[in-house]
Design a protein. Structure first.
Length: 133
């Protein structure tokens, strides 16, 4: 079981979007509060760098682009010292896409990588899953 300190940033997402929460509880009693969401929006100017492989579907391209946007967003949070601790709760594909894109400022703050698809689950289910992690 991982201790998740008060005010830890919890990122719950997939390649299609993410919800950002803060732990308003303590290490024994996780209580998540939604603080913001991150959605792909207009990705026309944010695409992955370089050319996409011809076999890559538009969905895969969108997910790769969103992973890049998420990594950049987390860097801004970490660099701005707006989070001392970060927990990533991402589906396996997104975790694999995001992990190599994370800057050291972010990875130094990551205290847990929870590879699960919980983005559409109620907050209570996310809290229980984190408590058991």
């Amino acid at each position: 079981m991982t201790n998740i300190p008060t005010n830890t940033l919890i990122v719950v997402g997939t390649g299609e979007g993410a919800s950002l929460y803060r732990n308003r509880g303590d290490v024994q009693n996780i209580k998540l509060e939604l603080t913001s969401t991150l959605a792909p929006g207009d990705l026309a100017d944010e695409g992955p760098s370089g050319k996409s492989p011809p076999e890559q579907s538009p969905q895969e391209s969108m997910e790769a682009t969103f992973s890049k946007i998420l990594a950049e967003h987390l860097y801004k949070i970490a660099y701005g010292k707006k989070a001392d601790h970060i927990v990533l709760v991402l589906d396996p594909d997104t975790m694999g896409e995001v992990r190599p894109l994370l800057h050291k400022e972010v990875t130094d703050r990551v205290i847990l990588e929870h590879t699960k698809t919980l983005v559409n689950n109620p907050v209570e289910d996310i809290e229980k899953s984190l408590a058991a992690a």
